[in-house]
Design a protein. Structure first.
Length: 397
């Protein structure tokens, strides 16, 4: 039986179904942070008792991952509007529209702004509230073009991203919007024995203090700054330290990772590059702390994942990172592009195990309270109910 929830609006009580049907859509060209966030949300919504259909614009690893998780998925091509290929776009839009209409969801949720354009167009006129999730900044022209069919609600992964994009787009600034930080399933807290076993499994030294970078190895992630900072460590700490870089350049077949490996060799940095790994949790368990030296970072799964593993984070003071990392409480914040300041922070954590332990404990607590998958799912569901009430799609009580 699908019970209902009564929500108080300003003018009346509105009844919203307790069990919602949600259409979650993503272009999903490769496994990145946005795709991982969508997968986690779909799982969280399902665990909360709701029915989710995931529409994916690409066949490949994202689809395979989600199906392995038991998620209900459908492939449907997703294109951006293009006057030179309008017929191909129209066919894709009509196919999406049929899938949405047949599923008859209460809410259509686009996982990012590029996905939103065709999904919003396809759902227009069906009487279904449309939500657009913003995960990366775009300029004003691109924002207005991709949002040209509108949405009933806009969600942003951080306040920093919302403020930046709203300042660039009058249309977006005048739209209903709010911040919903991402969340993640919390792993068991690693202990010393678990760390030892992880290092043995991964072939990492047991007698070193290990710093780890996890994420795409692309220019805006600040990997070059990290390599340069590592070479600035003095001889009193560098012999007992190790740097591991987990990730790859997914868009360009590893080109930038190869450049970073060459940079490390030329500077005498002994960083170990291990490429893309699907067991990031093991690498975090094996590490002592994480480094997120990004130049641009709307939020950042790498930061949340490290905090969830009780690992302190050295993060660049940009974008959404300061909304997760509290300086001197759950980690250390440094200016972006500043290898000297990054080296100072690295040296502090490498020298001080008690500081690492304190920051890591407090980071895990903050993650439990604010960034768990359950907390994230509850916040998203609150937004669904809000948009249903204010769009008049709930029944008056």
């Amino acid at each position: 039986m699908n019970h209902a929830v009564t929500v108080e609006s300003r003018s009346e009580s509105v009844t919203v179904p307790a069990r919602l049907r949600i259409c979650l859509a993503s272009m999903a060209p490769f496994v990145g942070g946005a795709e991982v966030a969508a997968e986690r949300l779909a799982i969280g919504l399902g665990e909360a008792g709701h029915e989710v259909l995931v529409l994916l614009g690409s066949r490949g690893e994202v689809l395979e991952r989600m199906e392995r998780e038991g998620l209900r998925c459908r492939y449907s091509p997703m294109l951006l509007t293009d006057k030179w290929h309008w017929l191909k776009y129209e066919r894709a839009r009509k196919r999406l529209r049929r899938l949405i209409r047949d599923f008859a969801p209460e809410v259509v949720h686009s996982n990012d702004l590029p996905t939103h354009q065709i999904v919003s167009h396809a759902a227009r006129g069906l009487g279904i509230p449309r939500i657009c999730h913003h995960r990366f900044p775009f300029g004003s022209t691109a924002i207005d073009w991709m949002n040209k069919y509108g949405a009933e609600r806009h969600l942003f992964v951080s306040k920093a991203l919302m403020d930046e994009m709203a300042a660039d787009s009058v249309q977006l600034d005048e739209s209903p919007r709010t911040v919903v930080h991402d969340g993640l399933p919390l792993p068991p807290v690693p202990n010393a024995e678990g760390q030892r076993r992880a290092r043995l499994l991964l072939g990492l030294p047991e007698d070193r203090t290990i710093a780890v970078f996890t994420g795409q190895v692309i220019e805006r992630k600040g990997v070059a700054d990290l390599i340069r900072a590592w070479t600035l460590l003095d001889d009193s700490v560098s012999p007992g330290a190790a740097l591991v870089i987990v990730g790859d350049d997914l868009k360009d077949g590893g080109r930038y990772r190869v450049e970073m490996e060459s940079l490390a060799r030329s500077l005498g940095c002994s960083a170990r590059f291990v490429g893309f790994q699907d067991n990031v949790s093991d690498w975090l368990t094996a590490s002592d702390f994480a480094v997120v030296p990004s130049h641009v970072e709307p939020l950042g799964n790498a930061t949340l994942e490290a905090m969830a593993h009780r690992r302190p984070v050295i993060g660049a003071n940009v974008g959404g990172i300061p909304e997760m990392v509290v300086h001197e409480e759950t980690g250390l914040l440094v200016p972006p592009h500043a290898s000297d300041r990054l080296a100072e922070a690295l040296s502090r954590l490498l020298r001080d195990p008690s500081l690492r332990a304190r920051l890591g404990r407090q980071g895990r607590v903050r993650c439990e309270e604010q960034f768990s998958l359950q907390a994230h799912t509850r916040k998203v569901l609150d937004e669904y109910r809000h948009v249903l009430v204010h769009s008049g799609k709930g029944a008056s009580a």
